[in-house]
Design a protein around this ligand. Structure first.
Ligand code: AMP
Length: 304
């Protein structure tokens, strides 16, 4: 297995201006792993309750996501997140975070996962992220994600995580909150001083910024005519990007830029339907076509 993701597997209740879905499959590890599965072998480390449905397990199995690390807690309930979006789909309002089985989750990395060269510490308690890192054998690339809930509740542990990762993938509002700096380049630079070599800022419909000490790279988001539900776009982006990198094997700046576009391609599909409706039904040619469309989107000739 090339890529390990620890994160949440959730039931989400989501309202957008275009509809509402009650307790539908979600979670950072779910979106991440399904997106990554189009490119590489991926496994998840996560916990669910007894209410976790067979059809949802089957969706992950259909994508060959390794589920050795998916634990079911007897008598427990799956993590539940409830959120809504107004017409500014970049701005998710959390209405409820019911941690349920996520509370007290003691991650035990299966032996078969410990040599995974690529690791994503997706959005979950930073205490869990640290415990996972402790069990891994020298991965080649470790990326982490987080959100306001953990920045508010586990700042100290999150700063420990940052010391030990190569890459932070984080959204615009959260990078400002974490760094306490409004300007995005300065915010990223402050975080670079805390540990990661690369900070990737997800800006919803405005695309993505990659900041290192040497350079800044900007990628657009695909201008879609129909967006139904932005939930999971960030995790899908990270899954597409990391899955692509794990398959490419290279970690230079060219590979990273391509991977960022591939992440953006996958995220652009995900927002076209609720839950994993669109993400779980893609084929290779659609993915390649949209990758080519991204190239066209910013194609212009240089000055003579
Ligand atoms: P995003 O990619 O940022 O839209 O992430 C959305 C996913 O994050 C949803 O499917 C939620 O289940 C999950 N989520 C929301 N809050 C948390 C949290 N505090 N910890 C872990 N996962 C969460």
């Amino acid at each position: 297995m090339k890529l390990l993701c620890v994160g949440s597997v959730a039931y989400d209740t989501v309202r957008t201006p275009f509809g509402r879905r009650e307790r539908t499959l979600g979670g950072s590890a779910t979106y991440f792993s399904v997106a990554a599965s189009y490119f590489t072998s991926v496994g998840i480390l996560a916990v669910v309750g007894e209410d976790f449905q067979q059809k949802d397990r089957r969706l992950l199995e259909k994508h060959h996501v390794d589920l050795q690390g998916l634990r079911t807690v007897e008598g427990g309930l799956t993590f539940h997140w409830q959120g809504e979006y107004g017409y500014d789909l970049n701005d998710a309002q959390t209405l409820k975070t019911e941690l349920n089985v996520l509370q007290g989750f003691e991650p035990e990395v299966p032996l078969a996962y410990r040599d995974a060269p690529f690791v994503c510490l997706a959005n979950i308690d930073p205490v869990v992220q640290l415990k996972v890192l402790d069990q891994m054998h020298k991965p080649k690339l470790v990326a982490a994600d987080t959100m306001n809930f953990w920045i508010d509740n586990r700042r100290k542990e999150l700063l420990e995580v940052l010391k030990r990762v190569d890459m932070l993938v984080i959204n615009e509002a959260e990078v400002r909150q974490l760094s306490q700096e409004y300007n995005l380049v300065k915010a990223a630079q402050r975080i670079l001083a805390w540990g990661p070599r690369v900070v990737i800022i997800k800006r919803g419909e405005y695309g993505v910024l990659k900041v290192t000490l040497q350079s800044v790279f900007a990628a657009p988001a695909y201008p879609l005519e129909e967006v139904f539900d932005p939930t999971g776009a960030g995790d899908t982006f990270a899954g597409g990007m990391m899955g692509f990198l794990a398959a490419a094997g290279e970690l230079d700046s060219t590979a990273l830029r391509r991977a960022i576009i591939m992440g953006s391609v996958m995220a652009s599909f995900n927002v076209e339907d609720f839950s994993l409706g669109r993400l779980s039904a893609l084929d290779r040619s659609e993915i390649e076509e949209r990758f080519a469309a991204f190239k066209k989107l910013t194609d212009f000739s240089p000055l003579d």
